[in-house]
Design a protein around this ligand. Structure first.
Ligand code: GLC
Length: 654
């Protein structure tokens, strides 16, 4: 590829920089594009247009963003730091509109947030729109939320506050009223080729044999008959979300343009939505296909060239074994997304809480490979979607005595969180059309942990469970994410049932309005209030986390297998490094049981040697700093050498 002919518009310094980045990232980009589109007749014209788009975007980057590019390139692992904290919210639910979000920056700063994921704020389909995930324009902001000016102000203020803005980029589909879909309906062949359309049911029926269902109750099947097209259209999610056909290079090109434009609006992180579904192949479940990875790898190379400050985050809610590929492969020098949701870890932690047993969670951790460089997990407790238990199938099977017991365990955990009355949890089944299937669970973290009402006295245990779950997300090794409302222990919101566009989708149960009353209790340090107790508990853990370099995502977690099955234990940091080590070790203990567990230090050290090797030793002395659900407690290794873990205690001993 001769870049020179494309570079004449740049001054000599930028030309040299771009040339260098091109040379570095072109080999991966070229390899991916060749495999995806190399056989197309107009391949070289496509490459030419793509290069023009990349360079055009680079030329349009503001001075401020160019400076950010330089800074980020010097610190390519900035998002792996133990200082990072994510926060996720819907613009309207959190603050009314984008201007309102700007007003809430002090709240985010108070928590130490450095990364803000605002759920979709681009122009969405009219009427029902899956919380904005049915995008009608990648170039306009949803009018009720603000305009480009508001977004510019927001990104600037966030950046000044040390907060990076993350936006969804819905890659897999567009709304059925997006101009591309409208043109397709008008029988424009160019745009019809943007979608997967079928004249009859022959192929759809074949695909349906092996493709799963996301919303079996509200949107059964993967194909929708469109009356104006008189054809079946591939719609993995809702019928109004039309899957894009990435076998068409024009689709790839348009999405690149959309991404780079948004990057130049100041978006620093893109949450690439539904990445697992980008490529369809007959006879498969049409998830995690090699081509989907090549698309993501190509996008990564493109942003590294045009807007190197930008970070890509994969939303791939897939089995643990399929997850690491979304972060690339260090040995093979493949770079894909820098961040990926660790949904197995999240689901397994909820399972441990229900079962008071950590075998599945330990299995997930064991099967989580070491992170490649410049990559991290997103570690979270709740988000706007359901908790899908199916991602755990392999791990539950691996630790259960038989396939039927494994199935029973999954079913039991799904019921535990969705059938009020049996345990502490107050959640609902998601898309429960078949009572024998393993359904996802919806509900706010506080409700799933057992919070009922606002009285602190009756919620002591629920609060401990919640802090335990967050302590794990903060210390496992990734970027922890706070979901809006969790910091105030907000509970389920059933008001969606009165809204005709939402009542069929139980995920709205966990999408409440930001609770101003609870926030005031925090501001006024109302120590008796539930909100204050949870808020200050989280804040304390977060503050401690920031003081522990061993919690950087690049430091691996090493599992310790203890005889007490309700306790999860791992070490972060360098046990063998001596006192000069950059990463002084931290022992992390989590008691998922409602009962106190007593660990014997000798036994713990033995378990550590067994799990980590003979060199591994950690002498816990009286006075070791420790922090956890119960606050900063002086570590109590007294004469009897015991570590007492209260019910649902989490303890970080450094
Ligand atoms: C992602 C989103 C989810 C949405 C789906 C379809 O999974 O997180 O909320 O329904 O994509 O866009």
């Amino acid at each position: 590829m001769n870049f020179d002919s494309h570079l004449h518009a740049f001054d000599p310094l930028r030309r040299a920089q771009l040339q260098q980045r091109m040379e570095e990232h072109w080999p991966q980009l070229d390899a991916c594009l060749q495999r995806l589109y190399g056989s197309q007749i107009e391949y070289s014209a496509f490459i030419d247009t793509l290069m023009q788009a990349i360079l055009h975007a680079s030329l349009e980057r503001s001075k401020e963003l160019l400076q950010l590019d330089t800074r980020r390139m010097q610190q390519a692992e900035w998002f792996c730091s133990e200082q990072m904290l994510g926060y996720c919210a819907y613009v309207d639910r959190f603050a009314g509109n984008l201007q309102g979000v700007e007003q809430r920056i002090p709240h985010l700063q108070d928590l130490g947030v450095s990364y803000l994921h605002l759920l979709p704020f681009l122009k969405a389909r009219k009427g029902e729109n899956d919380g904005g995930f049915a995008v009608a324009s990648f170039e306009e902001i949803q009018a009720e939320l603000g305009d480009l000016n508001d977004l510019n102000n927001l990104t600037r203020s966030l950046r000044a506050a040390g907060i990076s803005l993350c936006s969804d980029l819905v890659l897999n589909h567009v709304a059925d009223d997006h101009p591309w879909a409208l043109a397709a309906k008008e029988e424009d062949p160019y745009y019809q080729a943007f979608f997967h359309t079928f004249a009859d049911r022959a192929l759809p029926d074949q695909f349906e044999q092996t493709v799963g269902q996301i919303f079996p109750q509200a949107a059964p099947g993967n194909f929708t008959f469109d009356a104006s097209l008189q054809k079946w259209v591939w719609t993995t999610f809702y019928p109004f979300q039309w899957d894009l056909n990435y076998a068409n290079p024009q689709v790839f090109l348009q999405m690149v343009k959309a991404l780079l434009k948004l990057a130049n609006w100041g978006i620093e992180v893109f949450r690439l939505d539904s990445t697992a579904f980008l490529w369809k192949r007959l006879g498969t479940n049409c998830m995690n296909q090699a081509e989907a990875h090549w698309i993501l790898q190509a996008l990564r190379s493109i942003v590294q060239i045009a807007a190197p400050a930008v970070v890509l985050k994969a939303e791939a809610i897939v089995a643990t074994a399929d997850l690491p590929a979304y972060l690339g492969d260090q040995e093979k020098q493949i770079k894909e997304c820098q961040i990926a949701y660790h949904s197995s870890l999240m689901a397994a932690a909820w399972m441990a809480l229900a079962e008071q047993q950590t075998d599945v969670l330990q299995c997930v951790i064991e099967r989580t490979p070491r992170l490649p460089r410049q990559a991290t997990w997103l570690t979270y407790v709740r988000c706007h979607d359901d908790i899908g238990w199916n991602v755990l199938r392999a791990e539950v099977a691996a630790v259960s005595e038989s396939a039927s017991i494994a199935q029973q365990r999954l079913q039991a955990v799904s019921s535990f969180y969705s059938e009020q009355g049996e345990g502490f949890a107050d959640g609902l089944r998601f898309q429960a059309s078949d009572p024998s299937a393993v359904h996802g669970t919806v509900g706010m973290a506080a409700s799933l942990c057992g919070v009922r009402g606002r009285a602190m006295a009756s919620n002591q245990m629920a609060v401990r469970r919640m802090l335990l779950m967050y302590a794990l997300a903060m210390s496992f090794g990734g970027m922890p994410l706070l979901y809006m409302g969790d910091e105030l222990a907000q509970t389920n919101d059933s008001s969606y049932l009165d809204d005709i566009d939402r009542s069929h989708d139980g995920r709205w149960l966990q999408r409440p309005m930001f609770d101003e009353v609870a926030m005031n209790q925090v501001h006024h340090a109302d120590q008796a209030s539930l909100a204050y107790v949870v808020y200050s508990g989280l804040q304390r853990l977060l503050e401690k986390r920031r003081q522990l370099p061993a919690f950087s995502a690049q430091v691996p977690s090493r599992l310790i297998r203890l005889p007490q099955s309700s306790v999860l234990a791992f070490v972060r940091g360098e046990l063998e490094g001596g006192t000069n080590s950059q990463y002084m070790p931290v022992l992390c203990l989590f008691n998922f049981s409602e009962l106190e567990v007593v660990l014997d230090q000798a036994q713990l050290r033995e378990a550590m040697k067994m799990s980590l090797g003979l060199g591994a030793d950690l002498v816990l002395q009286k006075g070791c700093s420790s922090c956890g659900v119960d606050g900063d407690v002086q570590f109590n290794a007294g004469s009897d050498d015991r570590i007492v873990l209260a019910a649902y205690a989490a303890l970080w001993i450094s």
